[in-house]
Design a protein around this ligand. Structure first.
Ligand SMILES: CC(C)(COP(=O)(O)OP(=O)(O)OC[C@H]1O[C@@H](n2cnc3c(N)ncnc32)[C@H](O)[C@@H]1OP(=O)(O)O)[C@@H](O)C(=O)NCCC(=O)NCCS
Length: 170
């Protein structure tokens, strides 16, 4: 597994990540119609000279009930279809979790999550939250209607009413 600043990725590697994301999520209308955050980091595994899995990370100061937290947003965890079911998704998420706590010194991880993956992330120590989540889009603030999960191994965040992402979603 290798860790890259997203802005310094080689063009061909960046194109591979974009292609895998498009194949996976390109047909979902909300994905196509939303302005997403640019990632700061990409964790990538390569197998047979191709990208076998990656996850992007967005660093952001968010507000939870008006208090600021250093957060890491998990964006586009994708295992190349050929390599699924072999533990790669779990491996790269465990590395990402260690990276966000130990290298980035983030207090929490935040995941805007599809319903069908809640059980996958629960096994990795993420939990669902039920407070209101909002994000910016052009000049307006919108409510995130799907699931949100937190990685908070040090139990910093108590139950809350409102989480503001302070920018576009990821
Ligand atoms: C979800 C995804 C990352 C899983 O990657 P993977 O390498 O196949 O998963 P792993 O082999 O590491 O599985 C780890 C564990 O999660 C479980 N798991 C895998 N996919 C799962 C799913 N879709 N739902 C629930 N559990 C799942 C496995 O059974 C395994 O359980 P175990 O540890 O008890 O044996 C991969 O299927 C993928 O890229 N999906 C499409 C993109 C996507 O939806 N990404 C998430 C965006 S929020």
């Amino acid at each position: 597994m290798q860790i890259f600043k997203h802005s310094s990725l080689r063009q061909d590697v960046k194109a591979s990540l974009q292609r895998l994301a498009k194949e996976e999520f390109g047909n979902i209308p909300i994905v196509a119609n939303t302005e997403w955050s640019l990632p700061n980091w990409s964790l990538i595994t390569f197998s047979d000279n191709e990208v076998s899995a990656f996850v992007n990370i967005v660093e952001r100061t968010v507000h939870i009930d008006k208090k600021a937290y250093d957060a890491a947003g998990i964006n586009n965890l994708i295992v190349n279809k050929k390599y699924r079911g072999r533990g790669l998704g779990k491996l790269i998420m465990l590395e990402a979790q260690q990276f966000i706590l130990e290298t980035l010194s983030c207090q929490i991880g935040i995941l805007l999550c599809a319903d069908n993956l809640v059980s996958f992330y629960k096994k990795l120590n993420w939990h669902l939250v039920d407070g209101h989540v909002s994000y910016k889009q052009q000049n307006t603030t919108l409510r995130w209607e799907a699931r949100t999960m937190l990685f908070d191994p040090n139990s910093i965040v108590e139950s809350f009413d409102h989480l503001h992402l302070n920018g576009p979603p990821w």
